[in-house]
Design a protein around this ligand. Structure first.
Ligand code: PLP
Length: 409
């Protein structure tokens, strides 16, 4: 049995002060922890360079604006964007998807048009499309998952046709860990003239992406799942797709001119950033990307996958435990959802917490997927750079203890 990942990153644990308590933190899929360089970058900026951006003629505001725009360029470089103006800062993945569902959807969807999504979406990539469909008369359709927890590509191909105007798909399921083939989906969708949005909230933190290779038109993700702060996320849009999109929020910062009756929009991306943006958070995201890039995203993904492989192997021996997700590591990331015969997921998580193991329990904002799996909830362990085999040991030990307490097995 393998006990040590070859991509050993556990020395990084020391960079994450919150882990000093000894907690086995296995809930990075919900929100990751922040390393000292990110915490320090934000504090240093707040102490020395903070002011509102894009407005002041004074030195502090110029420095602050430069830091904010440097973060935009850093994000662009990280995801392979050709033009940093294709990077829009939002409040998070949810706001990024709403920006497209409303800003693009209201302009481009007509009664009878189809929006195609999937059975494994987070509510953030489902509810905005339900709202857009209701307002425009478009029809919301979905692609099911197969018995082995993959996206059913045959059905996707069948459902793609002239009438599909938007394919909104997850880059990696936050419940199953499944990574759909987004490049292929984008290719197929584009052949039919549809636009593609990727909910990359779980993908970008863990795997190197190049938005051009991915081929989608819109990509959304959140800083807080990639070692950065809450309150900031990214909507990347191909420039021509952003040009088809109307701002969905109005206010300061996003205008070129305003009269009492009307307004014209600022250039892209500023027209999508109404109000005072998340400035300190942008500095934090910049530092988080620097940190991840110093590790190397290939190493981050290899590490996640090795831990996932070890976890799947060991969890397979726990009596009464089912894995709700692919058992092979192919096209999969470091999220492992579990159910145990006769024990509610919340009870599992509570017993694990008594062993200082932090996992998430519930429907994971994916209620349609829970129905499809035939479960009310799962307990979910998710891995990131600071995890190591000791976290898996503690998880397995806690699960065995839960099984014993409930007489499973
Ligand atoms: N999409 C997926 C796949 C997620 O896992 C999450 C968060 O859990 C979101 C969207 C929503 O992200 P946020 O709450 O940062 O907007």
């Amino acid at each position: 049995m393998k006990t040590t990942p070859t991509t050993e990153l556990s020395h990084l644990k020391a960079d994450f002060p919150i882990l000093d308590s000894g907690v086995h933190f296995l809930d990075s899929g919900a929100s990751s922890q922040k390393p000292t360089p990110v915490l320090e970058a934000m504090e240093r900026f707040a102490r020395t360079s903070y002011a509102n951006v894009h407005r002041g003629a004074y030195k502090l505001s110029v420095a602050s604006t430069e830091a904010y725009e440097a973060a935009r360029r850093r994000v662009a470089r990280f995801i392979g964007a050709r033009d940093h103006n294709e990077v829009v800062f939002t409040r998070g993945t949810t706001t990024a998807i709403n920006t497209v569902a409303f800003g693009w959807g209201m302009e481009n969807l007509e009664p009878g048009d189809h929006i195609l999504t999937t059975e494994m979406e987070h509510h953030a990539n489902l509810v905005p499309w339900q709202m857009a469909a209701r307002r425009t008369g478009a029809i919301l359709d979905h692609v099911p998952i197969t018995e082995d927890f993959r996206l059913d590509m045959d059905v996707l191909e069948e459902k793609l046709g002239d009438h599909v105007k938007m394919v909104a798909v997850t880059g990696m399921s936050n419940v199953l860990g499944t990574i759909p083939d987004v490049s292929r989906i984008s290719h197929l969708a584009h052949e039919q003239g549809a636009r593609v949005l990727v909910d990359a909230a779980q993908l970008v933190p863990h795997r190197r992406i190049d938005v051009n290779d991915l081929g989608a038109d819109f990509v959304a993700f959140s800083a807080h799942k990639m070692l950065g702060p809450t309150g900031i996320g990214v909507l990347w849009g191909r420039m021509e797709a952003l040009e088809e999109t109307e701002p969905f929020e109005g206010g300061g910062e996003m205008i070129a001119d305003v009269t009492l009756q009307s307004a014209t929009w600022a250039e892209i991306p500023h027209r999508f950033e109404a109000g005072t943006p998340p400035i300190i958070e942008a500095v934090g995201l910049h530092a988080a990307i620097d940190y991840l890039d110093a590790i190397g995203m290939e190493n981050v993904f290899a590490h996640d996958l090795e831990l996932t492989g070890i976890a799947l192997e060991r969890l397979g021996d726990v009596p009464g435990l089912q894995i709700q997700g692919p058992l092979s590591l192919e096209d999969r990331g470091g999220v492992v959802s579990m159910t145990m015969d006769g024990i509610h997921a919340h009870d599992l998580a509570t017993i694990l917490d008594e062993n200082d193991v932090a996992v998430r329990a519930g429907h994971h904002c994916a209620k349609p997927l829970m129905r499809c799996l035939g479960v009310a909830a799962t307990a979910r362990a998710s891995f990131y750079v600071y995890n190591d085999v000791s976290d898996i040991d503690a998880l397995v030990k806690g699960l065995r203890r839960a099984g014993e307490l409930f007489g499973v097995g």
